[in-house]
Design a binder for this molecule. Structure first.
Ligand code: F6P
Length: 544
């Protein structure tokens, strides 16, 4: 149990001692520059300033001690060694092999995996270069102008986020579209803008059984057929990304157009695999390769830096400090970059599907809280929507600010304004504004002053990169992957399964039958509320 660890107890006591201390006192002290020096670091092209946190050198030392006592280095090494650390699915967890250096050697169950990885990467390069170069055409010989990635969850959020972030590097490649929802509106609205003769669909699904993806893939196939592409010509318009060759074949996609990946890659960690085919198509394979190199640089840092200079460990342990000792239930990701606007959504799946668990590896309940609710959106938009709560709400929300120092697309004067706002938010959250400061400006209405006081002492990290490049983005994604892993180790949970998504899926199947088939809702043993909802929907859909 993490709560039994010596460092956990020490942190509980230490928390009592410093929980009310305002950070601004530490920044007012003579050695504030030293604080920034101690609580900042650079790795893999990213600069992290974590000095605006409610920590002292003692807190930091205890958090690092907790990481050590919880076995972070040991579990990290086990992951890197290909051990079956995903115990409930009896699988290795080796997404790091996907971005490993060419000469690296990784094994799963004693079998080297690098040859297969390189084989798929080489095929991705050939295919993406042919499509981008016009060598791969649709069935009628026309160039592919649009690519739709049909997938959901890990088969959508990662590549969608990366394609959005790197859109400034598209350089004449095909337009990318992502369709995930089984709500037909998303696919219909995408298709109505496209020409079947010039469209390529990637059906991206680890299992190739996911309801949403298969429904969308089948509807896309009908759209091609209705648009004049004959059955035997569909191979020019479909590629598959999956671990399930048989299902790909059964769907009718030519196995020659299938890009494989493996069950030792979790869906939410899979954008580095053939799941990234859409990325290679959107920005070119060389850029995809740079993304892998950025991830690799962070892996090397995570694998070798001492705990107290290890960025994923530091971010992970700060999250534990706020979640478990201050009891903060949510955390906010605020990228000050429109390019990174989908990063919060990606992070939501990464953290909440990985660490939204309440049972330890040994089957006992965790006695501590696990993953917080993760939310956020691009700045400065959030400032004009929900930052009010972050500044003056009744619960404290730790924020991660992420910003590129130079913009992907420049308009004179804009980027300085963006960065100024980012830094000002972090400063305001830390410093706050006291009643005395307000009175000093001449204000005397005490009720008004009470409303205008900012308590401050609200923590944040600031993470900077020079530019949004494939390399820095790769490092950023790998940083948060490893941060998620570190927290899972401390909570002693399995970050790599997702049993919690199963029950809803199982229950949806019979309900669909009741909505569309002959079976009456009341006959199927639902609770009264669900039964009434089904009856109402059945009536609207024209059923009995
Ligand atoms: O339902 C959750 C989930 O299993 C995710 O973990 C996964 O990323 C997503 O569904 C999609 O799964 P697949 O790639 O097999 O279609």
């Amino acid at each position: 149990m993490p709560t039994d660890l010596h460092a956990w107890h020490s942190l509980l006591q230490h928390h009592e001692a410093i929980r009310e201390t305002p950070m601004r006192e530490w920044f007012a002290a003579g050695d504030a520059a030293q604080r920034v020096e101690q609580f900042s670091l650079e790795a893999a092209g990213l600069y992290l300033d974590f000095s605006k946190n409610r920590i002292t050198p003692r807190t930091f030392a205890l958090l690092m001690q907790l990481a050590d006592e919880a076995g972070v280095p040991k579990r990290r090494d086990a992951m890197f060694a290909g051990d079956h650390i995903n115990a409930t699915e009896d699988r290795a967890v080796l997404h790091i092999a996907l971005r490993a250096a060419p000469g690296a050697s990784f094994k799963v169950d004693g079998k080297p995996v690098m040859p297969a990885i390189h084989d798929v990467l080489a095929r991705m390069r050939v295919f993406s270069e042919r499509v981008r170069g016009g060598g791969w055409t649709g069935a009628t010989g026309k160039r592919i102008t649009d690519v739709i990635n049909i997938g959901i969850g890990g088969s959508d959020l990662g590549p969608r986020m990366v394609c959005r972030a790197l859109s400034h590097l598209a350089g004449g490649g095909p337009r990318m579209h992502f369709v995930s929802n089984v709500d037909g509106t998303e696919l219909a609205e995408t298709l109505e803008r496209l020409d079947p003769e010039q469209t390529l669909v990637i059906v991206c699904s680890k299992t190739f059984t996911t309801l949403e993806t298969m429904a969308n893939a089948n509807s896309a196939r009908q759209w091609f057929l209705a648009g004049g592409v004959a059955e035997h010509q569909l191979a020019r318009h479909f590629a598959a990304v999956s671990t399930n060759l048989e299902a790909v074949r059964a769907f009718g996609i030519d196995p020659a157009n299938m890009f494989e990946f493996w069950d030792w890659i979790g869906g939410r960690f899979s954008l580095w695999s053939s799941v990234g085919l859409s990325i290679a198509l959107a920005v070119g394979f060389d850029a995809f390769d740079d993304l892998l190199a950025g991830g690799r640089a962070m892996d090397e840092h995570f694998g070798s830096a001492p705990l107290a200079r290890n960025m994923p460990v530091i971010l992970g342990m700060l999250g534990i400090w706020y979640r478990n000792f201050f009891g903060m239930p949510t955390s906010c990701m605020a990228p000050y970059s429109t390019s990174l606007e989908l990063f919060p959504a990606f992070l939501q799946q990464l953290e909440m599907e990985s660490n939204g668990k309440s049972v330890q590896l040994d089957g006992r309940h965790v006695r501590a809280h696990t993953a917080p609710v993760v939310w956020g959106s691009a700045g400065t938009n959030g400032q004009h929507a929900y930052f009010q709560l972050i500044h003056q709400g009744s619960q404290i929300v730790p924020v991660d600010f992420v910003a590129p120092l130079r913009p992907p697309r420049e308009l004179p004067g804009h980027h300085a304004k963006l960065l100024a706002n980012c830094f000002a938010q972090a400063e305001a959250l830390m410093r706050g504004r006291s009643a005395e400061e307000l009175r000093a400006t001449g204000l005397s209405d005490e009720i008004r002053i009470a409303h205008m006081v900012f308590e401050g002492n609200r923590p944040s990290n600031t993470l900077l990169m020079d530019d949004v490049t494939p390399h820095t983005l790769g490092a950023l994604i790998a940083l948060y992957e490893h941060r998620t892993f570190v927290q899972g180790v401390v909570w002693n949970i399995n970050s790599f399964d997702q049993w919690g998504v199963e029950l809803g899926k199982i229950l949806a199947k019979p309900i669909e039958g009741e909505l569309t088939g002959g079976q009456a809702a009341s006959a199927s043993g639902h609770d009264a509320s669900t039964g009434a909802l089904i009856a109402r929907a059945r009536a609207a859909l024209g059923g009995a």
